[in-house]
Design a protein around this ligand. Structure first.
Ligand SMILES: [Zn+2]
Length: 308
């Protein structure tokens, strides 16, 4: 397989339909888009893996919504990793960052036990969809109740008026077999039971259970293996019930920060509050680490000359 063909198997979000079961699904696999997000930060592996899962979950949940704008998934907690943020535009641009305590992460990373209680602790995950100034902001919120992020997402779906949903989510660093050490790969598969059923209720219930059982039979290796084509992966799981894959959407990394946006933010504060001892102001984008520095002259243009 050529490099190009391999690349088409990652950084995608694909919708599929299991024809016989009234079930719709999403398959998401992230590779170089993740590299671009993580390269800006140099996080410890445990933090990179949690952020990779957060990004993948955000892409998966967003791909099931119709929206024009930005979908954001934010996880706040009291543990070693206190904040995980991932957002994705309707065009497929992702970005994200984490906040964490280095010492506590080092201590917790090697420990036993499930990753959410160990690395995140108590907290919540929240989703917002921002469709611009005059449009509604949808919000969903759920406690971090579960061993894994996928469990927490299940908890959210169970406790909200959403479709019955099952998610398989995985992230891990490439190792000896898979490519450059330290590169993170992540993927998710989600199935949802459609409300408009073509078949009777018992058959639909059986079909839904089968769809979930087949999802549970998926291995991390299969999901994250870039040499396994995503159509082949879907076929392997769901061919007996007839699976139809729709066209895959590209997912890519892109930050939306700009000097103009930073200047507008600065202008909303009193000049003295944003100015350092040398009279300049410096703002680093939390998502991409771009450094925007404003000299005293730049600030004169922004605020007008300082009072003497
Ligand atoms: Zn940025």
């Amino acid at each position: 397989m050529t490099d190009n063909a391999q690349r088409r198997n990652i950084d995608i979000a694909q919708t599929f339909q299991i024809e016989g079961l009234d079930v719709r699904g999403r398959l998401v696999r992230l590779g170089s888009a993740l590299d671009r997000v993580l390269d800006a930060h140099g996080y410890p592996e445990a933090v990179s893996a949690m952020l990779a899962q957060t990004l993948t979950l955000a892409v998966t949940l967003a791909s099931a919504l119709k929206y024009e704008g930005v979908f954001t998934l934010q996880i706040q907690s009291d543990g070693p990793i206190s904040l995980l943020v991932a957002d994705i535009t309707s065009e497929g641009a992702v970005r994200g960052y984490a906040r964490y305590d280095e010492g506590r992460v080092a201590e917790a990373a090697g420990g036993d036990g499930a990753e959410v209680p160990r690395l995140l602790g108590q907290g919540y995950l929240a989703f917002t969809v921002d469709q611009g100034q005059d449009m509604e902001r949808y919000q969903g919120i759920a406690e971090l109740d579960g061993a894994t992020l996928a469990d927490c997402a299940h908890h959210y779906f169970r406790n909200s008026e959403q479709l019955e949903t099952a998610i398989f989510l995985a992230a891990r660093p490439l190792g000896d077999d898979g490519g450059p050490v330290g590169r993170m790969r992540a993927g998710a598969m989600m199935v949802q039971r459609m409300p408009h059923q073509k078949v009777d209720e018992m058959e639909a219930e059986d079909g839904w259970r089968r769809a979930v059982a087949l999802l549970a039979s998926l291995s991390e290796d299969e999901l994250l293996n870039e040499n396994l084509d995503h159509d082949a992966l879907l076929y392997r799981l769901y061919h007996e019930d007839g699976v139809r894959a729709f066209s895959a959407h590209d997912i890519f990394h892109q930050c939306r920060c700009s000097r103009d946006k930073v200047a507008n933010t600065l202008k909303s504060f009193p000049r003295a509050d944003v100015t350092g001892d040398d009279g300049s102001a410096s703002v680093v984008c939390e998502f991409c680490k771009a450094d925007y520095t404003f000299t005293p002259g730049d600030l004169d243009d922004l605020f007008g000359p300082p009072d003497v």
